[in-house]
Design a protein around this ligand. Structure first.
Ligand SMILES: [Zn+2]
Length: 92
C-alpha cells in the first residue's frame, strides 16, 4: 500500500457541511467554536456513522450517493442540535 487510503466517516463530513451552511444564518445565537462543536457532537450522536475506506479519487462519488440517502436526516439532526445548544449553552 502507498499510504493514500483514508478512513472517513461520511456522516461526519455531511454534518460539517450542514453546520457550515446553517451556522451563519442567525446572528442572535452564540457562534463560538465551543457551541459549534457541541452541535456537531449532538448531531453525530444521533446519526449512524458511515465509515468507508477510500482514496481521494473515489471519495466524492461515494459521498454524493450517500448524501442523497441521508441528507434530510442529517439536516434535521443538525437543526435540532442547534436548538438544543441554543437553549442550553455549555459555557457562560
Ligand atoms: Zn458559544
Amino acid at each position: 500500500m502507498d499510504g493514500k487510503l483514508h478512513l472517513k466517516n461520511f456522516t461526519e463530513i455531511l454534518v460539517d457541511e450542514s453546520i457550515n451552511k446553517l451556522w451563519g444564518e442567525s446572528t442572535s445565537d452564540c457562534r463560538c467554536d465551543r457551541c459549534r462543536l457541541d452541535v456537531k457532537a449532538i448531531a453525530l450522536n444521533k446519526l449512524p456513522p458511515k465509515y468507508t475506506v477510500t482514496d481521494k479519487g473515489e471519495v466524492f462519488a461515494k459521498l454524493n450517493s450517500f448524501k442523497n440517502q441521508v441528507h434530510v436526516d442529517v439536516l434535521k439532526e443538525v437543526v435540532s442540535a442547534m436548538e438544543i445548544v441554543k437553549s442550553k449553552k455549555s459555557h457562560d
